[in-house]
Design a protein around this ligand. Structure first.
Ligand SMILES: Nc1nc2c([nH]c(=O)n2[C@H]2C[C@H](O)[C@@H](COP(=O)(O)OP(=O)(O)OP(=O)(O)O)O2)c(=O)[nH]1
Length: 132
């Protein structure tokens, strides 16, 4: 069983809403809503990876100092074990646009439960509800 390191980020706006993004057709778990993010590449720090993914997926820029750890997911999928730190970010430049996702949505933490998300994400929703 291989361990897969993925970083994810909860962008939090001034109304304490969180940005979720809908996974595109053709990918695993298509149509489910996720926190923006992706795999950490070889030689890359988790912070550099999430900054890169936010730029690639949403067209926004942020920096390490604006990333705060929230919690992490450790979840066994069929073909890999996912280890996914979740950061919160309240300060970025630009307006998020769905460059790679089907749609984006700003949702209150309690409202996250109304959106189908990957099974790994359930404990992260609880952590965000506590935090925000
Ligand atoms: N970005 C993100 N990925 C998540 C979340 N929850 C969750 O189980 N994942 C999983 C889905 C993917 O298997 C992996 C993220 O990898 P990725 O975004 O770089 O890759 P991908 O969708 O192209 O991967 P693939 O499954 O199509 O190979 O982590 C989440 O909230 N955000």
């Amino acid at each position: 069983m291989s361990l897969l390191l993925v970083v994810a980020c909860a962008l939090v706006d001034a109304d304490r809403r969180v940005l979720i993004a809908q996974r595109p057709e053709g990918k695993s778990m298509a149509g489910l809503w996720e926190f923006p993010g992706g795999k950490v590449e070889i030689g890359e720090t988790p912070e550099a990876a999430i900054i890169r993914e936010l730029e690639e997926e949403l067209g926004i820029s942020t920096k390490s100092a604006c990333l705060a750890p929230v919690s992490f997911a450790s979840h066994n999928y069929d073909n890999f074990h996912l280890l996914m730190p979740l950061y919160a970010c309240r300060k970025w430049q630009g307006t998020p646009r769905p460059k790679e996702h089907m749609a984006l949505k700003w949702v209150r933490p309690q409202g996250l439960r109304d959106y189908p998300m990957p099974p790994a994400d359930a404990p992260l929703i609880a952590a965000l509800c506590d935090l925000l």
